[in-house]
Ligand binder design. Structure first.
Ligand code: GLV
Ligand code: MN
Ligand code: MN
Length: 425
């Protein structure tokens, strides 16, 4: 087996992994939800975790700054201050009632990698920038990857009018957070500023756990589309309205929910989820006149994802026609599948195999979305997955073993060193 490039003390790595775990606990306490974790974009909790992350960045020699989209960054130069930077990071926002590692572990591991490489980085052919993206989940405005889209220069001005559930628009939320919407373009990075982007993330699925492996190289990230759907019927008396006179929107929506599962299960690597469903006016004795639901659709390839949507839409037409209903859909989020760059897959593989002695690093496609999807528009991206127990994620029981975090830190540090070695030649 080739020898690792780095001679890192096992104690230092174990300490780093323990620090990541205890800092994940610290950040879990910064939440807007009683008894659970919730930290959404442009909230007071977002501001607090950015300030804390900035302190942790400063402590390892990174110069911190918050960008025009509320992403927290920290930079350290390589041998040439004008050279592009290798970005390392993930996100600090969460879904409602979240776990404590999704995104957060990747940011904290990146900070530890900078700490471990403090002596090496000044001779690297690139600088290193740790990034804590501000909105990966899209939990507040429905549109995911807002923070990394700003960095990728892919901000759509139509997003300013997106509103949260209290009717606060994205524009207002920017102003309340102390950011200036007219300066959003300043968050964008040029492709020639970046030497690549590497992200460590928990797998959020059970494949590594079932295989008894701790780390994997990510090959690609699923394409995604998110929709808000509404089915319209007629609200009528629950007792007096015979079945043949009903236009029950909730029954129509329920048939559609079941169809989503049937259609997606029949396709290879396409996954559809209805995560929200509401009936209106919403009373025990009224036939629902309207039902609203969300659809999260993912596929390994854009084509299979889109084919599933076409079939779901045809099924909705059929249900609506049969039941005297009308339906409409608003697309909230669209992201194409992203292939990880072969060169970065190679350094991540070398990081795992040489850094941790894991014999053959498995390679996995990611059905979960990641900030790397946006950054893939302007730079080569690579990802490292960590086993998480039973694959439970987006749930308070999300967990990762400190030993796997240690292996992940080791592998990520080694991957960065391999890239520096390769680019120095
Ligand atoms: C993000 O976690 C997503 O894939 O929804
Ligand atoms: Mn997530
Ligand atoms: Mn995530």
């Amino acid at each position: 087996m080739p020898r690792p490039l780095l001679d890192l003390a096992p104690d230092a790595i174990a300490t780093a992994a323990r620090r990541v775990m205890s800092r994940c606990d610290d950040l879990a306490a910064i939440s807007s939800m009683d008894g659970g974790i919730e930290r959404v974009y442009l909230s007071p909790e977002h501001a607090r975790v950015n300030r804390i992350a900035a302190d942790w960045m400063r402590e390892v020699g990174l110069a911190p700054r918050q960008d025009a989209a509320g992403n927290q960054l920290g930079r350290v130069d390589g041998r040439d201050p004008d050279a592009p930077v290798l970005m390392l990071g993930s996100h600090l926002d969460t879904v409602p009632d979240a776990g404590r590692y999704d995104g957060i572990a990747g940011v904290l591991m990146a900070i530890e990698v900078v700490r471990l490489l403090a002596r090496e980085i000044p001779s690297f052919p690139f600088g290193v920038e740790v990034v804590a993206f501000s909105d990966e989940e899209g939990a507040r405005f429905g549109k995911a990857l807002l923070g990394s889209s700003a960095v990728a220069g892919a901000w759509d001005p139509a997003w300013w009018e997106l509103a949260d559930q209290d009717g606060v628009t994205l524009r207002q939320a920017f102003l309340e957070f102390g950011l200036d919407p007219s300066r959003i373009a300043e968050a964008a990075r040029r492709p020639d500023e970046l030497a690549g982007y590497l992200e460590a993330h928990i797998e959020q699925g059970p494949r590594l756990d079932r295989a008894g492996e701790s780390l994997a190289v990510v090959s690609s990230i699923a394409s995604a589309r998110r929709f808000q759907l509404a089915v319209h019927g007629e609200a009528r008396h629950a007792g007096g309205t015979p079945y043949d006179a009903r236009r029950d929107a909730l029954i129509g929506a329920s048939e559609a929910v079941v169809a989503v599962e049937r259609i997606c299960r029949a396709q290879h690597h396409v996954i559809g989820t209805v995560g929200q469903l509401e009936a209106f006016p919403g009373a025990v004795n009224i036939v629902p006149g309207e039902a609203r639901f969300t659809l999260d659709l993912r596929g390994e390839f854009d084509g299979t994802r889109d084919a599933a949507w076409t079939t779901i839409a045809a099924e909705l037409d059929e249900i609506a026609g049969r039941r005297g209903l009308r339906w409409e859909a608003r697309e909230l989020h669209t992201a194409g599948a992203v292939m990880c760059a072969p060169t970065l897959m190679d350094v991540v593989r070398a990081g795992i195999e040489e850094g941790t002695g894991q014999r053959v690093a498995p390679s996995l496609f990611s059905p979960a979305g990641h900030d790397a999807m946006s950054i893939g528009r302007i730079a080569d991206v690579g990802m490292l997955f960590l086993r998480n127990r039973d694959g439970i994620s987006h749930h308070p029981d999300e967990s990762v073993a400190v030993e796997d975090v240690a292996r992940g830190i080791r592998a990520l540090a080694e991957a960065v060193a391999h890239l520096a070695d390769e680019r120095s030649r």
